[in-house]
Design a protein around this ligand. Sequence first.
Ligand code: SF4
Length: 592
Amino acid sequence: MISDEFLAEYEDILFQIERPSRYIGDEYGSYDKNFDKQKGKFLFAFPDKYEIGISNFGHKIIYDLINKEEGYLCDRIYAPDKDFIELLKKNNKPLYALESKRKPKEFDVVGFGLQYEMCYTTVLKMLELSDIPIFSKDRNISHPLILAGGPCTSNPKPMSPFIDVFIIGDGEEVNIEVLKKYVELKNSKDRFEIIKELSKIKGVYCPIVDNFTQKRIANLTYENHPLNSPVSHFASIHDRATIELRRGCGRMCRFCQASHINLPIRERKKEDIINIAKEYVKNTGYDEYSLLSLSSNDHGQIEDILEALSCHFKSTGINVSLPSQRADKFSLRLASLINGEKKSAITIAPEAGTQRMRDVINKNLDENQIINATISCIKNGWNKIKYYFVIGLPFETYDDLKGIVELIEKVNLSCRNEGLKYPQITCSISVFVPKPHTPFQFARQNTIDEINEKINYLKNLKNSLKNVRFNFHNPKMSQLEAFFTRGDEKVSYFIYEMYKNGAYLESWDENLNLELYEKTSKKLNIDIESTTSREIGQEELLPWDKISYGIDKNWLKEEYNKAKTAVKTIPCEIKCSNCGVCKNLSTKKNLA
Ligand code: SF4
């Protein structure tokens, strides 16, 4: 609720800043629980701007599940933009949580969602703005417990001095478990004893205990999926209802962290998906819904699901989108069921230009499948195609890069042969980042000079193609991502130094201060490029060895060695490759 007291205090400031609705809360679909009547209060802190955070599916799950518990509340806070911070300071006003308008330090637990390594300095700034000590060691029982979840916790070391408790794996059950335990113990034990107790919960890693932990796995049910969520007052990056189809991906592309850390594959039941989609769209009023998964058309019943939903939403103008699709599972039938009348761009991810390179990365996809999927899309009315490629991959040659352009030439040739107009093709080209818990965690990253040479090579080759645009991801940003994701304790000092010197919201290109990185490197005597471009020895101890996603380290080594000679592994959907997850976590894949 936006109260008169809140308006009296903040109205003047809100009128002077860009997008004040980022900071007012009271969105349609948000909870409105009485703060003072709850025994446990959790604040979900998203270290990026509101319009990014409000679209994040993970935070919608946690927000919904905690609020559904009687006696417990979950509020939200997003990273304020610089204009708001300045005016808060100038007017000596505290930062506040979106719904309750309470200060973050009034909560029991403040949980950060670490989606991307470039948000680390923002976490520190948000702690400062909340008047909470930056270092875990400086906090006492009067401060909230600081928790972090999300994919970046796969290597907690760089953020360990700042975070009390890391959540490893799925957060559905463990966040509320930590909150309840904390509330139970906070009046009877000291902070260290509480954290020690929390480290005994499966899926929790506490730096001061440095315990070994295995990830938590949630079953995907109707009950633990949100049927409603806060709808932003203004356009966010994804203005649509999101329904999660499946978690995990058995393709296990060797560079892909999401695929490895989310195993085993769990598919939600067809009936649940259909019912959730109908309910979610009705409750939020969105005119689009998205069926979320690492590869949406891998769901065993995707065509039946789309058929039922397109029939239900027929003539309503409500469209469906599939955010990521496997070209080998793409069919004319599927193409005709997606998006109804609205044919925006469709995305296909070949990742690499040659068959050799696709085998190196274990993409399990051939050229004909990519071309046929593209032609199916064009025949079904799409004239904008988006391809994802990665460059700088281990064992890549210039022939593999040339293969990207040759693949597009073959697509154009097929269009000509079929009498079709050339599509507008956008290639989104990112730079390989070696991520923990993947077979390529051992690989070196290309230096900036190597990547720039590859980018120039591709730009020159592309000149012959008039219907294609290349968008390259910033190589420096990818280098920094690799530096942080592979980092150890030394990287914590780096993050702290950057924060002290003003680094904030760094995932936004305009905020990336490369001079500051250079200065910090010199001051701390850390050469970023020599750490990111180094191949890690297979017998080395790794900063993330205390964290287990169930995958055997020997299996990761074997996969890396297979990549050297472009030997593929059969996807887990078809045949188990004994990665270790099912045995080590006493679980199994669950295909619909
Ligand atoms: S152990 Fe086998 S079935 Fe289980 S996740 Fe690994 S490859 Fe898949």
